[in-house]
Design a protein around this ligand. Structure first.
Ligand code: GLN
Length: 545
């Protein structure tokens, strides 16, 4: 029997950054509440093959999938909202599409044909969509098209998706257009015109939206919805309002209140009973995220702080952990790219998180933060470059004065962080890192082991699996020296070769990991390392107030 997957295609209009990803993920969450198997695809119409070489200031964090693809951050929303692990092929880019078509052309696979956007690029897009959807027997696959309708670069994708609807059948594919409704203070009213225009733009590609999600600062009323329905040629119950919410995790509940589940199920003939939708567990999660006290203040000390999206998975992981521990997170972003960290600002903290990063800029600030946390016994969590900073600073205070990573100083006498031999030969930047999931053995009776095997995680897990994205590693030449100085290695690769976690036993919470735990945290399943860190920060807060 051929498994029939239904598709929900999400486009955006009027302005970018209106939360298409969250809207799609929220629709997905509602469909999951019916017990359906839901997958997700993000299309990014840029020419980069993947997000790996993109500066975080461009599109925010680079999200890494278990199979090692460097993806758009929206995949993180999908994983968190749907509680799934998506394969890297779930992120389709113009770069991937063109590369694949050109590779085929070079191999002569087009048999002498003139290779064109239609049909070759559009066929490739549809084939990628179908291949990704076919990885599992999904009942529904969400396809989010990045950018805004009308962008030149999204044209081939819109055309391919229009064709997909014809080929799969109108009962199996629906389009959701997410738009922004501005409020004009001078006129004292919301305006429909930008939505009318962007819907018109979408229709000029041959696509009629089936549903319009109106993003607005405040809720819009029924009359306003009717006006949009009238001008944009959709049913009145197909106009849905998603006003700004205090937490992104509330959006599935907002959309459920607007009967989105029923509308979608009817529109693409999903075999579900509306009564069976069960968002109770999600409601409990949202409630736990609303705790107002006690407040625990954590700072992310990094160099990409001007754009909060650069650390989005870390922020979400901290929020999940705060909910699990029963505290309210007060999150600060402190630049590590300054001459001196502000001591008063550091004094107000209950914990420091040093995130990953690339390049020398801002590293000295991170080292200062590590020193501060050691001296003041302040909980500190280092991730990837954060762990490198911890190892470097610990070495420096233990008679290895100019200790460094060879990423920043090739001539250091103490290259405590260095490239692996096989990495040294690589010249290209894209996809040359240790990427994706790797196993890690935990050493019993360490903070790391105890975090993964705590009251809330009552098992005896000695081997974990976490995602990586880095070139440099802990240099084993300095293992003995650092261990003698008191550093404990609490996680290693299964062959004992690579150091994955380091910690200090006589410190309330000083732990650095080579991997990125933030990619595996879920609102309903906070990551054990984040929970343990938050717990230590909460204790620090209690003892110091
Ligand atoms: N720049 C470091 C490396 O390449 C750390 C990378 C990271 O923090 N993700 O190893």
């Amino acid at each position: 029997m051929i498994f029939l997957t239904k598709y929900i295609i999400i486009t955006g209009g009027v302005v970018s950054s209106i939360g298409k990803g969250i809207t799609s993920a929220s629709i997905g969450r509602i469909l999951r509440s019916y017990g359906l198997k839901v997958g997700a695809i993000k299309i990014d119409p840029y020419l980069n093959r993947d997000s790996g070489t993109l500066n975080p200031y461009q599109h925010g964090e680079v999200f890494v999938t278990y199979d090692g693809m460097e993806c758009d951050l929206d995949l993180g929303h999908y994983e968190r909202f749907l509680d799934v692990e998506l394969p890297g092929v779930s992120n389709i880019t113009t770069g991937k599409v063109y590369q694949s078509v050109i590779d085929k052309e070079r191999k002569g696979e087009f048999l002498g044909a003139c290779v064109q956007i239609i049909p070759h690029i559009t066929d490739e897009i549809k084939s990628m969509v179908r291949k990704t959807s076919g990885i599992e027997d999904y009942d529904v696959v969400l396809i989010e098209l990045g950018g805004t309708v009308g962008d030149i670069e999204s044209q081939p994708f819109l055309e391919a998706l229009r064709q997909l609807r014809n080929e799969e059948g109108h009962d199996n594919v629906m389009f959701v257009h997410v738009t922004f409704i501005p409020y004009l203070n001078a006129a004292g009213e919301f305006k429909t015109k930008p939505t009318q225009h962007s819907t018109k733009e979408l229709r000029s590609t041959g696509i009629n939206p089936d549903m319009i999600v109106c993003r607005s600062q405040e809720p819009i009323d029924e009359d306003f919805k009717r006006k949009i329905a009238h001008f944009c040629d959709v049913a009145p119950n197909a106009v849905v309002n998603a006003p700004d919410a205090p937490s992104i995790y509330e959006i599935p509940l907002t959309l459920a209140n607007e009967d989105v589940g029923k509308f979608v199920a009817d529109r693409i003939n999903l075999d579900v009973d509306n009564e069976s939708a069960d968002l109770d567990q999600w409601k409990t999660t949202v409630k736990s995220l609303q705790k107002q006290d006690p407040v625990v203040t954590i700072a992310i000390i990094g160099k990409y702080i001007e754009l909060e999206d650069s650390y989005i998975s870390i922020r979400e992981s901290l929020l999940h952990a705060a909910a699990e521990v029963g505290v309210k997170l007060d999150l600060k972003y402190i630049s590590s790219d300054i001459d001196e960290l502000n001591q008063n600002e550091l004094k107000s903290l209950d914990g420091i998180l040093i995130p990953g990063g690339f390049g020398e800029r801002g590293v000295e600030g991170k080292l200062d933060a590590v020193e501060y946390a050691i001296v003041n016994e302040l909980p500190i969590f280092g991730i990837c470059l954060g762990m490198h900073s911890m190892v470097i600073q610990y070495a420096r205070r233990n008679n290895m004065e100019d200790a460094n990573s060879t990423e920043f100083n090739k001539d250091t006498n103490f290259p405590v962080i260095d490239l692996m031999e096989e990495q040294k030969k690589i010249k290209d930047m894209g996809g040359t890192m240790r990427l994706g999931s790797y196993d890690c053995k935990l050493i019993v009776d360490t903070k790391a082991y105890n975090s993964y095997n705590s009251k809330s995680v009552p098992n005896d897990e000695k081997q974990i699996e976490e995602r990586h994205r880095h070139r440099y590693e802990f240099n084993n030449e300095f293992k003995d020296k650092l261990q003698e100085a008191g550093l404990v290695i609490s996680g290693v690769s299964p062959d004992d070769f690579l150091v994955e976690i380091v910690e200090l036993p006589d410190h309330p919470w000083f732990l650095g990991c080579q991997f990125h735990p933030e990619f595996k945290s879920r609102p309903n399943k906070a990551h054990p390392l984040f929970v343990s860190f938050m717990d230590a920060a909460a204790k620090y807060s209690k003892n110091n107030k």
